[in-house]
Structures are given as C-alpha cells and as structure tokens.
Design a binder for this molecule. Sequence first.
Ligand SMILES: Cc1cc2nc3c(=O)[nH]c(=O)nc-3n(C[C@H](O)[C@H](O)[C@H](O)COP(=O)(O)O)c2cc1C
Length: 917
Amino acid sequence: MDTRFNSFYSETPHSFVEAMNSFLAEAGIRMLRPSVVSDYVYLNQTRKFHEDAELMRHIAEQVIERRKASSSSRKDLVNAMLYEKDPVTDKSLPHSSVIDNMITFLIAGQYVSVFQRARLTEVGHETTSGLLSFIIYCLVTHPAAMEKGRDEVMSVLGNGAMTQNMASKLPYMMGIIRETLRLYPTAPGFTVQPRSTNPEDYPIHIGKEQYVVRQGEAVSVQIATVHRDPAVYGDDAESFRPERMLDDEFEKLPKNSWKPFGNGARACIGRALALQEAVIMMALLLQNFDFELADPNYELKIRKTITIKPVGLQIRVKLRDGLTPATLQRKLLGGKAPPSGSGRTSSQQTKRSDSPLDSVDLRKLLICYGSNTGTCQTLAHVLSRDAVAHGFDPTIMIMDKVQPHHITPSTPIVIVAASYEGQPPENASKFIKWLQALTESPFEGIYHAVYGCGNRDWAATFQRIPALVDDAFIRYGSTPIVNRAASDVADGNVANEFDHWADGVLWPALKKLYFPGVSARSFDISRSGIRIFQCPRTSDILPDGRMATIEDGQSLTAPGEPQKRQLTIRLPPTMTYRAGDHIAIVPANHHDTVKQVMNRFQLAHDTKIITTCGEERSVYTHLRDLVELNHVATEKNIRAIIETVPNSNKSDNSSIPKGLSALQILQKLPTATLPFADYLDMLPPMRPRRYSISSSPLADPTICTLTYSVLEHMSTLSDGTTNVFHGAGSTYLAGLCRNDRLHVSVQPSPIAFHLPEDPGDPIVMVCAGSGLAPFLGFVHERAQLRSSGAKLAPALLFIGCRHPDRDMLYSSQLQDLASSAGVKLFYAFSRAESQSKGCEYVQDRLKKERKLVVDAVGLRNGRGKMYVCGGLRVLEGVASVMKQAYVEFEGADGVGADEWWEAFRADGERFASEVFD
Ligand SMILES: Cc1cc2nc3c(=O)[nH]c(=O)nc-3n(C[C@H](O)[C@H](O)[C@H](O)COP(=O)(O)O)c2cc1C
C-alpha cells in the first residue's frame, strides 16, 4: 500500500491504530446495548465512535489518493480494487467500496511485533497478532508441544530461510494453530439471522426445538463455546492438544464444529492468508527464538472487544543457540550466517548438522579430566559449558575413557587432572599407564593444554600427574597450546584461578590458533541457550551405581551438637568392598535450598523446563537432582549477578563475602534481576559424593555402614533474616529412612589406605570427628580377624571430639569393640580437656603419648604404619608432632626431621591419609 504505520519503531501507535482500537472496543460494547441507548444515552461514546470511523476512512482515502497519484502499475490488492473490472458485469468497484475494503485490510493487517522490541514485550493486537499471542501462550505453557513444533520446523527449515512451499510441510504447526484457534478464536463470535421476509415462515425452531427465533431476531453464536463442546471434542475439550487437529483428525470433525473464521459467504476473506501468515511467522519464531513466560505464575486473562486478546501476557524472548541479531538478520534475508573472515578451509571445519549452531562453524575440542573428589571434573564441565561460545564443539571424558583414536590433529585436547600421593586419580590410572608405556611418538600434530589441581602440602609430589601428562605429550610430539597451569587448592581459590586461566589464557590462545582474524563477537553466543549441563541423569553421574536399600539411619550425637550420623546400607548382591574403601552416592539438594531458589526466581512448584536434549522436566526435579546449588560462585558469576543490580557499581564486588553460592548472593542482593536461565548456567552438574565405609565385610559382607557429619549452618540475608545452609550430600543421607533405595557404587581407596597385608605390623590411627569412619572399619576388621585366631600387632587409635557426653561416637560400644580388636583408644576432648589428660586436640594427645607412638610405628627403621583422617589441621598437627619426635628420639635436627617426614609420607607402605575440609 506504500504506507507504513511504523508500529515497530515508535513508542506511540499511529493515529489509525488508536482510532481502530477505540472504535473496535466501542463496537464490541454497542453490540450488547440497544441502539437507542447508544444513540441517546451514551452520547460521548457515540460521538467518539463516529469520529474514529471518520478518521480511519480519512486515512484510507489518503492511502488511495497517494496510490492514484503515483501511477504505480504494481500487481497488488490496491491496484486490483482501483482498476480491475468484474469479468461478468465489466464494472469497477465503487469508490466507497474501495475505501470500506481498504479499512478492512488495514485493520486486518495491523499487528504489533512481539519480538523486535525489548526483551519483555506485551503481546496482542487484532486477529492475527492476537492469534500469535495465544499460540505463544499455548506453547510456553505446553513445552512438549513447543518442542514437537520446533522439531518439525527444524527438520523442514534447518537453519535456512523459509521458502515458498515449506508452509505446507508443517502439519504439526498447522495443528497447533488450529487448536489455538479452537480454544481462543480471536474473533470470538458472529451473528446469524433468518433471511426470509415472509412472516409465515416464523417462528423458527432451532436446537432440537429448544429455541424459538421470531422474525427480526438474530442469533449470536459464541464460537469459543461451540469449540469446547465435549460431544465433539471429548472429555479433554478444554485441553490444548494439537494432535486432534492434524490433517486426518481435522477432516473428520463434524461440519460447523470449528468456525474461527466466521460463517457463510461473509466468513473471513483473509482466512488462507491469515493461516499462512501464522505458519510462516511461528516457524521463523520457533527456529530462532526461545520463549518463556516472564512471570511463570501468569494466569491467562482475556480482554474481549470485537476480538479477544490476552491481557498482561509478557514473554521473555531470547535468540536461540548461537544467533546474534546480526546473524539472524542475515539469515532472514536468505543468507547463511557464519563468522566472517575466519580464513579456514572447509576441511578444517566441523558443523553440528542437528543443531541451530550450523550457522557457526564449530571446531571439535576434547576435554578430559582425572578426578577423585570432583574438583577437576567440575572445572572440565565449566570449560565444556563455555566452549561453544568460543567456537568449539566440546566432548568431555574421564581420562581412562580416552582412546588413542580420540587424539587427532583436528581436535585440540585439554586435560584437567589431580594427583593423589603422587599417583593418578582412580579414573585416570589406565591413561597414565598408557602414557608411561609409550615408545613411539603418537602425538605429532596434536595441540594440547594441561591444567593441574594439586596441594602443596604434598610438596614432593605436588602436581606430579599434570606435569607427567604435559611432559609426555610434549615428548611424544604434541605442541602445548599454552604452558601447563597449576593451581594449589590449599589457597581456596581454584575456581577463580581456573576462570582467569580459561578466559584470559586458554580461550585467547585457542582463538589465535584456530580462528585468527575472527572477531570475538562472531561467537558471542548467549550461554543460556547452550545448557550442556542439563543433560546428565543419575546414570551419567554415577555410571556404575547400583540399587541399594537402607537398613537403618541414626544420630550419634546429642541434640544441639553438630550432627554425626550412621547409615546402614544393604548392598546390592555381589557388590563387595574392603575396610577403608568408600561408597559413592548421587546426592540431591535439600528441599529448603530448592525452595529458596524457586522463591528467589518466583517459580511455581510445577514449572517445567525443556532441556537442550529436548526432555521436558519439572524445574523442581532439575534443581534438586541435577545441579550443584551450593557451588561457590566464582568471581565471574558474582560479576554477572552484580551487572543485573540496578544502579550498582558493576566493577565492585567487594561487598560480597567470599565462599557464597550464587543463590546466597542473590538472596543478599534482592534487587538483582539475573535471568533464571543465566543462573542455571552458573551451576555445575551434580557430582557424586564419597563417604568412608565404617564397617568391615568380615562382619557381614552384605552390609556396610557410613559414619558421617551432617553439614548444616546458618547464613544471614541482607534483611537480617537467617536461613540454614544444607550440605547436599550429608543432608540427603540424613533424610533416608529404612527401606529407602539409593544408587551406590564402591570406590576403592588408594592401596595405602587399607590395613597392612601383614597383621603383625603395628598401626597408629589418628582422626577427628567423622574421620573416625574408616578406622571404625579397621577396628571391626581386626575384631573379626582376632576372633578367628589371627595374631595381631598392637594398634593405637587417637580420636578427637568435643565432649565425652555429647559427640563421643559409639562411646562404650567402641570401647568394647576396641578391646576385642586389640586396639588402644586415646581421646582428646576439646571441650572437656580435664577428661583427656589436659589435651585439647587429637594432635595434643598424640604428642602426650609420643613414646608409645614411636614404639609402635618406629621412626627411621620401623615397620609400623600410620593413618590420618580428618581436616588439614589434623594432618599438619600430626606432621609437627612426628617431626618433633624424630628430633627427640633420633637426635636429628629440623632439616633432617623435615626430610624424614617427607620420605615417610611419600612411602606408600608406612603412611596414608585422607584429608577433607
Ligand atoms: C589424600 C590426598 C593426597 C593428595 N596428594 C597430592 C599429591 O601428591 N600432589 C598434589 O599436587 N596434590 C595432592 N592432593 C591434592 C589433590 O590433588 C587436590 O585436592 C585436587 O584438587 C583434587 O582434585 P579432585 O577433586 O578432582 O580429585 C592430595 C589430596 C589428598 C586428599
């Protein structure tokens, strides 16, 4: 029509649109009043009604005049109305008809784009736009239908542009549209009147003689009611189910049961156009955008004038995987949207054929980790989650699963690994053996990077495994992408150090290597669209987990004390263990923590999410089972949260205490508006927890017990209120009752952390709190061995706790067991020192009894073995006592004692420790 109303670009609507809105509203109301009342009572409304009609007519006149003046020969509707002649009558349309039709088309054609404005946009405007609003409402509240629709769109369109014949290849999309029109017909009614002017034909009886229509009377048909007739649509007539509107089913519907476009000769002339418009629009929207309700608790309200539309419906819209406004624009214009100027050859490129990221060429990246307690695993997942945003398609693996054919020149490899007493983590031992046995150079042309996590307390073997991996890769031909990085976890800053390394060193180096000349923005991908972490299920988290049954759970401490508990588990058949081994379980976040998240983001209990794997899942289940809600927020996370606080100093995060989870920070910053999807991106996947077994299979091989501390403490919010922090693993175990099921797997502890092969070797065990667990298993085992006649060397067990009456685990029961096991017990009570020979901590008691200890263990030439289990301070205390004893009993100096201690510690035969904090 050569006329734009610019609804997209202006804040206030065009005067035509304003007139149309108020005209239609009044028209809807006038239908319900007798015309005399409108004309003689509602004078102001009537005057405005006519003024609005006049304004629309005037604008239509202007459009026509402009067209006539342009002498355009375009083949369009306006020219057809102006210049074409009826082939039968050879007459043109009278001017008044042209204007009337013009107004009709202008009204039908007006709709406000939902999607090109800001993130939050109120949707709704006249029939087609009203329909689009209802479709989107139906889809966001029925995610499975949305995904089905999207799958269909992606299979037909892929990432390409929409072409002419594609609309007919989207039957499910058509089903969605028909079903939406059934439930929410945007023109919700029409009126019919008998045509006969002969009074004898009246009254007419309709509806099985139920209703009488007299001459001059009209019948108003409420289409929404007709469309929800259970006699036609069944008991679920009120539900949104696009399947019932697929072509075959749709054809079978009784005549007149679906009439969203009106009736008879005057039915909507634009029906086909409207349906085609809706299919194309929805296909493009689903192809390129994700939608969610801005308010997950929104309840549909409908405003009814002459048409219906949703009221207050706000939709949050995000570009889908990998798209930026620029790439989307290029795509909509019919082109592909790759990063320009990458300079890569096609043979170097990899694409994800099944993903909308086709528009960005991704290069494969192998990320592998060796990890016992999850630190390196989490870091590897962080890398993997961020990879796509940097142009890489990540595969994540434990090191022992890596096969030689995975390491290829086309796939750079990043390794994140830990060391344990100088040895590899359990899931990396085969890989390390393979590396050590290499003789030729299989890594020619490979690019690799190594990130090591270690603890300087193991000074002699600090970073031994990461260093070994890096050396082997270089020796056998690989080129380091960057120098090996090494974090000392004792500094407590590993997550931030890793972020700095990844963002500041690794990704830039990879970019330089693989995408030289590509602007960083080419891969500036909204991370929330790539929720790789959403896929793992329990079976992925603990692949060898098997179903066990809880026999019993009980508290071991007095009320008010930090709780320690025992859990008795009946193992699945054929699952075996050794005293000293661990049990791994998959925890669940505490209900209160999940609730805190849902409250912070105002999510209702039954809110659903769709994972990138296409799985529909309750948000509650996702938060409880699959992500680490207590994960300590990194500096990067904190910055992202602060960014969303209005009027905040974006670069200042000094007011946020260290060590808080993203949830705790969000609770302290109530005005932060972090989107829920971005919050999810901050959470690493749930990882298994390991607990020391506190029983011996010699007592009963089908049963094992865990003795553990329940991690719970208070945290204070910005408004001064407090809430309780719940450790995921221990509070999950504490909630288990008899006959509950859980998946478990036995994780062997390092060889050194078992009883000596020779029962004649003396042992000394030192622990604090629930560090008693593995030693309890040893005491049980010794008791069994002894009762079956074995000769056992002496054993000393040093135990630190608070008070004999409050947290002395197993107290008299342990005394009895220890005496039948030939184990001497020594306690240190930090809150009742007088009852432990004045010793406050377990290392103090060790010092007091050092003569006995030295006799049992032997120093320079002994064959006794020492075990420590507890916090780092216990280990440090033991080291100090033993070095002093060495000086005292061996006549050495400090340096000699240090050297002896390092050698003693590194000797897998004489010393073993399990340290947790
Ligand atoms: C019993 C034990 C032995 C350890 N031995 C070493 C070691 O020899 N060298 C080292 O650098 N770090 C050592 N560490 C520190 C771990 O490598 C470090 O905590 C690492 O972050 C663990 O990673 P993970 O959680 O992924 O298993 C040891 C830690 C423990 C608990």
